[in-house]
Design a protein around this ligand. Structure first.
Ligand SMILES: C[S@@+](CC[C@H](N)C(=O)[O-])C[C@H]1O[C@@H](n2cnc3c(N)ncnc32)[C@H](O)[C@@H]1O
Length: 371
C-alpha cells in the first residue's frame, strides 16, 4: 500500500510525496494506468474531439515546411495519455497524403499498452521511448499536451515573513503537513521578486523537475520546434499577490477536490505551468520563443472551423465540442500554446498560422534570472 510506504519514508517534502503519489511504479496514480477521458477523473482536449488533433496536425505541417519539408521529420510526443492526440494527428496527415514518423516517450508499460491498442493502424510509423534519455537526435517537433502540469512541485508558504517549504508527515495512516525553513536555493531564486508582495500565509508552488526533462529533449533536437499546450500562467500572474492559495488542482473520482492527501495514489495531483520558465529554458538551451497565446485564439487562427468540416459533418455535438475547445470559459481560455524553435538561418521568418490572431510572447519577458 502506498500509505504504508509513505509512512516508512515519512517525513518527506511535498514534492517527493507528489512524485510517489503519481509515479511510484506499483502504486502511483499514472503508473497504475489512470488516464484522462470519459472513464477517467478528468477530460483533456484530445478526449473531447478529433478536430483538436487535426488542427494541431495542420500547424505541424507548417512547421515541417518551415524546416524545408525534410524526409526524416519526426513528431515526438511525451505524456501522450491514451494516444488520442497521436491518433488524430496521424489520421489527418494520412488523409492528406503525408506519412511522418511519430515517437512517444512513455515510462509506464500499462499506458503504453493502451497507446499501442489505440494506434494499431499506425504501428509501422510509431515507436516508443521510455525516457527522454533514450531519444535519438532528431529534426521535427516535440509535442506535449498537458504534460508539464503533471510534474512534481515544491509547495511553499510565507510564514512569519519567511519562505517555508511544506513537508508531509505520515503516522498511523494519518497525513499532516508541517513547515521547514530550508528550501532548495533554486526555489528562492524563482520567487524572490514576488515574495515581498505576498501576504502572510500565501501558498504557492515551484516546479524544478521540468528542467532536466526539457534539457534532455532540447539537446536531442537538431532543428525544429517545441509545441507545448497546457494550463498555466506567465510568471508575474502565477505569483501575483492575489493568487494566495496557489494553483494545485486535484481530481478524485471525477470530482475536483482541494485536498492532495485524499486517497494517495488514487487522486490526480497537478499544478499550473509557469510559462515564463519554459521561455527561460528555451533561452538557456537554444530555442527561441516564437509564439504564445491562449488555446482559443490559437485554434481559431489555425482554422479549426474548416478542419471541423474535414473531420466531421459539423453536427450539434461537434459544434459543442469546438466551443469547449475554444471559448474563454473552457479550455480555450485556461490553456495556452507555446511554440519555440531552433532553426539556423530563417528563424525570424517563420510565420505560424496559430499566432496570426494573437501572439503574447511579450508576457513571458521580464524575468531573466531564475534558471
Ligand atoms: C494529464 S495527462 C495528459 C495526457 C494526454 N497528453 C492528454 O492530453 O490526454 C499527463 C500525462 O503525462 C505523463 N507523464 C508525466 N511525467 C512524464 C514523463 N516524465 N515522461 C513521460 N510522460 C510523463 C503521465 O503519465 C500522464 O499520462
Amino acid at each position: 500500500m502506498l500509505l504504508d510506504l509513505l509512512e516508512e519514508l515519512s517525513p518527506l517534502p511535498f514534492v517527493k510525496f507528489m512524485e510517489l503519489c503519481l509515479y511510484h511504479p506499483d502504486y502511483g496514480y499514472y503508473a497504475r494506468g489512470n488516464l484522462p477521458g470519459k472513464q477517467g477523473d478528468f477530460v483533456t482536449a484530445p478526449c473531447i474531439h478529433p478536430v483538436f488533433g487535426a488542427t494541431i496536425a495542420r500547424q505541424i505541417l507548417e512547421m515541417w515546411e518551415a524546416l524545408g519539408s525534410p524526409k526524416d521529420f519526426l513528431i515526438l510526443e511525451a505524456g501522450a495519455g491514451q494516444g488520442y492526440l497521436a491518433l488524430d494527428i496521424l489520421t489527418y496527415l494520412r488523409k492528406k497524403g503525408y506519412s511522418f514518423k511519430y515517437a512517444i516517450i512513455e515510462p509506464f508499460p500499462a499506458i503504453r499498452a493502451v497507446q499501442e491498442e489505440v494506434l494499431q493502424d499506425f504501428l509501422d510509423d510509431v515507436c516508443w521511448y521510455t525516457t527522454p534519455k533514450d531519444v535519438s537526435f532528431f529534426q521535427g517537433v516535440f509535442l506535449a499536451n498537458e504534460l508539464f502540469d503533471a510534474f512534481p512541485v515544491h509547495l511553499v508558504e510565507k510564514r512569519e515573513g519567511e519562505l517555508h517549504e511544506v513537508w508531509v508527515e505520515v503516522k498511523g495512516g494519518h497525513i499532516r503537513e508541517f513547515y521547514e525553513k530550508f528550501c532548495d536555493p533554486r526555489v528562492l531564486r524563482r520567487v524572490y521578486r514576488y515574495f515581498p508582495y505576498w501576504c502572510e500565509g500565501y501558498r504557492t508552488e515551484v516546479c524544478l523537475t521540468i528542467e532536466d526533462f526539457y534539457r534532455e529533449i532540447a539537446q536531442k533536437l537538431i532543428k525544429g520546434f517545441f509545441f507545448i499546450i497546457d494550463y498555466g500562467y506567465p510568471r508575474q500572474d502565477y505569483y501575483s499577490p492575489e493568487r494566495t492559495c496557489g494553483t494545485l488542482v486535484c481530481y478524485y473520482k471525477h470530482r475536483l477536490v482541494d485536498n492532495p492527501y485524499l486517497a494517495p495514489g488514487h487522486t490526480d495531483i497537478s499544478c499550473h505551468v509557469d510559462f515564463t520558465l519554459l521561455r527561460e529554458l528555451g533561452d538557456k538551451y537554444g530555442l527561441l520563443t516564437l509564439g504564445f497565446t491562449q488555446q482559443g485564439p490559437f485554434l481559431v487562427s489555425c482554422g479549426i472551423d474548416r478542419v471541423l468540416l474535414e473531420v466531421s459533418e459539423g453536427s450539434y455535438r461537434d459544434l459543442n465540442a469546438v466551443k469547449r475547445l475554444i471559448l474563454p470559459e473552457g479550455l480555450g481560455g485556461s490553456h495556452w500554446v507555446l511554440v519555440q524553435g531552433r532553426l539556423y538561418s530563417n528563424i525570424f521568418e517563420v510565420k505560424l498560422s496559430g499566432f496570426s490572431l494573437s501572439n503574447r510572447t511579450n508576457l513571458l519577458l521580464g524575468d531573466f534570472s531564475s534558471v
